[in-house]
Design a protein around this ligand. Structure first.
Ligand code: HEC
Length: 114
């Protein structure tokens, strides 16, 4: 390998490092937030892509009870924002900014329709 190529590669590497944050796409950021929203990850209850999931099953007075998190990939944007801004029975209360909610909405509404 010639010396100039080595120098070129070195510059390329340094440049890569400096601009690393540019390589996180909107979708990657949204996905990260979905599993780590400063609190228990949405994926833990609603499934990896917001498809909904069973949180737990247990017996109460001999009856089998299934606790489910609803699918959130087809919820309207208004409802999505409203749900994340009020307390729920099972779902924890989050303190997310409008941009973060927007990002989460982007994630669940796009991930599944691909
Ligand atoms: C501990 C489990 C749990 C976690 C974690 C959780 N949810 Fe939920 N979510 C629920 C349950 C259960 C409901 C149904 C309402 C209730 O009983 O709390 C719900 C309801 C919703 C709804 C309303 C759906 C509808 O059709 O009305 C949205 C939107 C939602 N969650 C989004 C999220 C997002 C985004 C996150 C992450 C920031 C999240 N949830 C984290 C359990 C969870």
């Amino acid at each position: 390998m010639g010396k100039s190529i080595l120098v070129f590669l070195l510059i390329l590497c340094v440049d890569f490092g400096l601009h690393a944050e540019d390589f996180i796409t909107k979708m990657e950021y949204a996905k990260m937030l979905y599993s780590n929203p400063r609190g228990i990850g949405c994926n833990k209850c609603h499934g990896e892509k917001g498809e909904g999931a069973i949180i737990a099953t247990y017996k109460e007075k001999g009856k089998k009870i299934t606790l489910k998190a609803p699918p959130i990939n087809a919820v309207s944007k208004d409802k999505f924002f409203e749900s994340l801004s009020k307390p729920h029975k099972v779902m924890p209360t989050y303190f997310l900014t409008a941009n973060e909610i927007e990002s989460l909405y982007y994630y669940v509404s796009n991930e599944v329709n691909k």
